[in-house]
Design a protein around this ligand. Structure first.
Ligand code: ADP
Ligand code: GN1
Ligand code: MG
Length: 352
């Protein structure tokens, strides 16, 4: 079942980052902290501290969205297993060191992988991966190829993750028929009387409903193996080397769960092989070709014939699925994604 979560109130008090920083096992003297990045789920801050040797270090502090991830201990247990496994892998790819390609959790003072502040809100901290940038969109096919290779490497590193599998914290996350059912419910409930304002968008979504069953049907027929996948493969979840094309690390591991490789590829097509051109939303064949090259290059022959054959339609499916999610969120009153202005959920460019 797909669930819809409400965001913590937008008026949540500005956090005392000094106090939060001191809750983690960090050395040095807290200097300052500020909002960081463009994630749609958590509130992310970068905190700076002066180290005993005089240098300045940064750490990520994230106030977690517990409406989306209510079970923080299980969330962090997944992340520790995933990051520790990746870190322990031998290099599989020339010039790449898996230990440097993943996040490092900073424990709280009591040793737990997160802390709860005085207001009852959960926080985690990561080592800041320096000399990197995230991109809301890739600028060249070379960047798309690099990103796809990084997400492909990620799958390879996790192939050997020992049992048990990471826990499924977001059931039905990429179950496209469930997302359509959510849209149906939102249209029926129409709590904000917005359905009348989104008739063209609704018509467009419903016209593509046939896409929803394609992957579930193939999976049921045994043509698509379940793998541990990332599930949120937009460019913003890759750290690229500053001033270059190299993909340094894959981040945002909250959605890593057993799932389908085609969902990961499809979300890359949605976010890296489509652009808003003067003629409307357009598909970019050269970026698609670069994604395919990077993805299959990293997979090194491991995908089944069905996983390769369905790469093109995967982009359509996930584009449709996310369109349905944003539309549903708009109908429900912008309660899930962090929107920055009225109508943001309807903006063609928002998904980036
Ligand atoms: P959300 O789930 O809200 O998208 P993310 O975990 O993706 O949150 O983090 C939001 C942004 O913060 C990322 O897109 C990236 O720019 C930045 N970020 C997160 N972790 C790190 C890190 N360890 N080092 C550097 N930047 C990071
Ligand atoms: C959210 O966390 P973030 O911003 O990387 C969302 C994804 C969407 C994406 C759209 C847990 O990702 O599913 O594809 O926004 N994550 C969750 O930009 O719902
Ligand atoms: Mg993110």
């Amino acid at each position: 079942m797909v669930t819809t979560a409400a965001q913590p109130p937008a008026h949540a008090a500005a956090p005392d980052l000094n106090r939060v920083w001191h809750g983690f096992r960090l050395d040095g003297k807290f200097l300052d902290g500020a909002p960081y990045g463009n994630g749609h789920i958590h509130e992310t801050f970068a905190a700076r501290s002066r180290q005993p040797d005089g240098s300045v270090r940064r750490h990520i502090l994230q106030r977690l969205n517990t409406m989306v991830f209510p079970d923080v201990p299980r969330l962090m247990a997944n992340i520790l297993r995933i990051t520790e496994h990746i870190r322990s892998q031998q290099p599989l790819f020339p010039g790449r060191n898996p230990a440097l390609e993943t996040l490092t959790v900073v424990p709280a003072r009591d040793g737990a992988p997160f802390l709860t502040d005085a207001a009852g809100r959960a926080w985690r901290s990561y080592e800041f991966i320096e000399k990197t940038v995230t991109r809301l969109a890739v600028a060249t096919p070379a960047q798309a190829r690099e990103a796809a290779h990084a997400y492909g490497r990620f799958l390879r590193y996790l192939e050997t993750l020992p049992a048990p599998l990471p826990q499924v914290l977001l059931p039905g996350f990429h179950h496209t028929p469930g997302r359509f059912a959510e849209l149906d419910r939102a249209l029926t409930l129409d709590p904000c009387n917005r359905a009348v304002t989104v008739k063209p968008e609704t018509k467009l979504a419903l016209a593509h409903a046939n896409l929803a069953e394609i992957l579930p049907r193939l999976q049921a027929a045994g043509a698509l193996p379940e793998r541990i996948v990332h599930n949120d493969t937009k460019p913003d979840n890759i750290l690229f080397a500053a001033g270059g094309n190299r993909a340094t690390a894959v981040i945002d591991l909250d959605t890593v769960m057993p799932g389908l490789s085609l969902h990961d590829f499809g979300d890359m097509v949605r976010t890296m092989a489509c652009a808003d051109t003067s003629a409307g939303m357009g598909f970019l064949p050269d970026f698609f070709a670069a994604l395919t090259e990077g993805w299959l290059g990293a997979a090194a022959g491991r995908f089944t014939a069905a996983e390769v054959e369905h790469l093109p339609v995967a982009g359509q499916i996930i584009t449709c699925e996310l369109g349905v999610r944003f539309l549903t969120d708009y109908l429900l009153g912008d309660v899930y994604f962090r929107t920055q202005r009225p109508g943001h959920n309807l903006d063609l460019n928002y998904p980036q």
